[in-house]
Structures are given as C-alpha cells and as structure tokens.
Design a protein around this ligand. Sequence first.
Ligand SMILES: Cc1cc2nc3c(=O)[nH]c(=O)nc-3n(C[C@H](O)[C@H](O)[C@H](O)COP(=O)(O)OP(=O)(O)OC[C@H]3O[C@@H](n4cnc5c(N)ncnc54)[C@H](O)[C@@H]3O)c2cc1C
Length: 430
Amino acid sequence: MTTLVIGGGWSGLATTVSLIKQGHAVHLVESATQVGGRARNVTWQGKMVDNGQHIMIGAYDHMLAMMQLVGVSPDDAFDRLPIDISIHNPHYSTLHLSGQSRLPWPWSLAWNLVRSAGLNSLKSLVTLQKDIPRLLAEDDVTVLAWLERANQPKRLIEQLWEPLCLATLNTQVNKASAQVLAIVLSDSLGRDEPTADLLIPKIPLGTLFPQAAADYIQQQGGKISKQTRIAEVVVEEGQISGAITTRGDFIESENIILATGPDQTAQLLTAHLRFPKPSQTPITTVYLQYPSHTRLPNPLLGLTGMMSHWLFDRSQQHPGLIAVVISSDGPHEKLSKDALVEHVCNEVHQLLPDFPEKAEEGFVIRERRATFECTVENHRQRPACKTSLPGLWLTGDYIENDYPATLEGAIRNGEHCAQLLLSHLTSTEL
Ligand SMILES: Cc1cc2nc3c(=O)[nH]c(=O)nc-3n(C[C@H](O)[C@H](O)[C@H](O)COP(=O)(O)OP(=O)(O)OC[C@H]3O[C@@H](n4cnc5c(N)ncnc54)[C@H](O)[C@@H]3O)c2cc1C
C-alpha cells in the first residue's frame, strides 16, 4: 500500500527519500508550485535567491548525508570555512568567535576569545560549559535564567549569548529553552573543529536539496503531486483511510505522514487529535545589491545593539550581494520595506564606512512564521512522531527532537519517521 506524505518541505522530502530507498511506495503531495517549504528559491530581478538567509554548519551531519544520498556532493555545494565570526557592538570592542590560529581546536577558539574579550570571558565560558550536565539533568529553564545562574557577565550575554541564541533558536533569551541552546552549543562548538565549520552554499537553497530530492524520488518510482493541497484527513473506524484535496479528490492510503508546518498540522488534526500548536516567530531577510566588486571582510559578520543581526556575503552566487538577517520580532516589523532597507544600509555603512551609503537595490522578505518559538514551554510539549491514531505519523522541524527549528532537525525527524513506519509495517506483517 502506498504511503501518503503531505508536505514537501525538507522534512517531508527526507521522509520520502528514506522510505523510497527502502523500496517502499510513496506519494508526496505539496500545496505549492515548488518543493522546499520554508527553505526554497525565490526570484528577485532575475536572480535566484533564498526565501531567507540560512546558516548551515558542519554539525549538520544528517543533512549532509541526505544531500549526498540524493546526488548532491557537499564539497561541490558548499565552501567549508573554519568558524571565523566577528561580533560587533557599539559599546564594546569586537568579539571574535574564531578557530583561526596555529593552535589546535578548541584552544584556537579559546585563544581568540581571550584576545578579544579578556581572560574572564574564557573563565565564564568554562563555567557555563561545566553547568551543562546539571542543566540537562534538571527541569528546563530559560536561557537568561541559565546565564545568570552561571554568572555570565553582561558583556558576554549581550555580545555573545544573545546573538547566538537568536541565530540558533530564533527566540529571545528571556523565553528560549536553555536545554536546547546547550545541546546546539555542545554539538557545534563542543566537539571537534569540523562541526563548527560554516557551510557557505554556492547554489541556492532550493537547488541544494529540495530539487535534487524530488528528482531522486521520481527516478526511484515515487510520485510527487505539486499544487495539491490536502483539506482533510479521513478516519474510518478509528484508522486512517486517506485524505481529501481542496479539489475534492480522495487519495486512499492506510498510512499518512503529515509533514506540514505546525499551523497546517494543527488544522488538519483538529477533528482527530490534540496537537499543541506552538507560538511562531518571524525572520526578516534584507538583500542589498551593491556594486559587484563590494565584499564583506568576512563571509559572516555579527551585529549586536543594532537592528541588523547578521551580515552574509553572498558574492559566491551574486557578486556584490549582501544578505542582512533580523531574527525574531522587534521594532523592524513596524518599518515599511523602504524604511527598513534605508535603516539597514545606514547600519552597514556605519559599521563598514568603505561601503556605499546606499545599496543599488534592496529587497525585503519577511517570513512571519519562520520557525516555532523555541521556548521552554513549546519545547516541553513537542509531539512525538507516532500518534495514537493508527496510520497517522508526524514529522517536521517541530516534532519531538533535541534541536530547534532547523534544516538538520527537519531532516533528522524525517528519517526517524520513515524508520518508525517501516519498523511498524514489518512488525505487523509478522
Ligand atoms: C527565513 C528563514 C530562515 C531560517 N534560517 C535557518 C537557518 O539559518 N538554519 C536552519 O537550519 N534553519 C533555518 N530556518 C528553519 C528551516 O528553514 C526550517 O526548520 C525547515 O525548512 C522546516 O522544514 P519542514 O519540512 O519541517 O517544514 P516546511 O518547510 O514548513 O514544510 C511544510 C510543507 O508542507 C506544505 N503544506 C502545508 N500545508 C499543506 C497541505 N494542506 N497540503 C499539502 N502541502 C501542504 C508547505 O507548502 C510546505 O512545503 C529558517 C527558516 C526561515 C523561514
């Protein structure tokens, strides 16, 4: 019997690829005209750009393996650079989170931190790291409560932990889950150096994985129906029997994997199951096109105490293109698109006086429900992949896992969901 996967984001695609690889028949339906969901291609003035600037790191090992499986070589797709981030703040000297040194990792990171923020910053980092086992063993607390408990100085909170928390959890420190942040930090900075490497894509997001995954699925005999929105999942005698599209077509299936975002999943499940819908937060990306020779001094620059949070050099794909990312909510949401472009151009010029005062062109993409808010409460109530309704399975970045809303989390959940379904089918056949 063919399994129906609803939703062709990175998680639904990873589930489908994993099932197909094991010889299982799958029909994937996607409401949009293209696969990729929240990490897809967008066209701006003839240029293919990402719907929102994403950060990918060497610790994303499931993502890298999945890309390889569908025929994308990570070596060809990314420039892999040792972590080298400068975080600026109008009130403090620049802080360097960098592995660039003759010393081996993690001493190189420690050395650069001490050079830019003093010996006490290293002592504070070690205190925090030592507190991780206790944090994970006890009830979760907010990131801010954890930082204060571990006596982190104001400067480190403002210039290091707040930006890292926003970049990884897209959630303000006074609400974010400390346990999730601790796991992300341990996986990225706490292992060996390659996990902290920055992966700078040479191709747009939608081409990086979604398109290659769709090609793989179809080449292996799977079916993909785009522009097909599911309006209802159908339950008969307490068991999934299929789904009805908004055009009124019935797609029969004894197993449905819902790989939709939290809002759509909640909506489709209303009549059948309790689904704790999480609060969600936006991410705003401002693309600025400067003259083609214009480059940032580093591929990634951090800004604190300003409206802009991160500057990415996108010259690899489009010479002179800079992406400015603003995580979560804040005063930027009240500005019109033109006013926001003008504001971030001023901030870029203030930080880098060699940059022109104005960009040649600016383009704002506001993804209002970019990620679930990774609060203590939302993280605690993330639902499991296997539901109490026979034949219904859940995947997506929000489904239970140690990670915040990330491509890596979406892919891990997709693989896990496929594995659980296959084990279930094997056990019921016996
Ligand atoms: C601007 C932005 C920046 C981000 N930055 C980062 C980053 O730096 N690093 C990182 O790792 N992650 C980042 N993320 C998060 C990452 O993109 C998501 O975690 C990931 O894409 C989620 O994938 P998903 O498959 O779980 O969900 P989605 O991508 O939401 O996929 C769900 C799919 O289901 C489809 N669908 C919905 N309803 C229906 C229906 N009724 N019938 C059929 N299809 C339906 C949707 O069209 C969609 O394609 C960012 C996200 C955004 C938006």
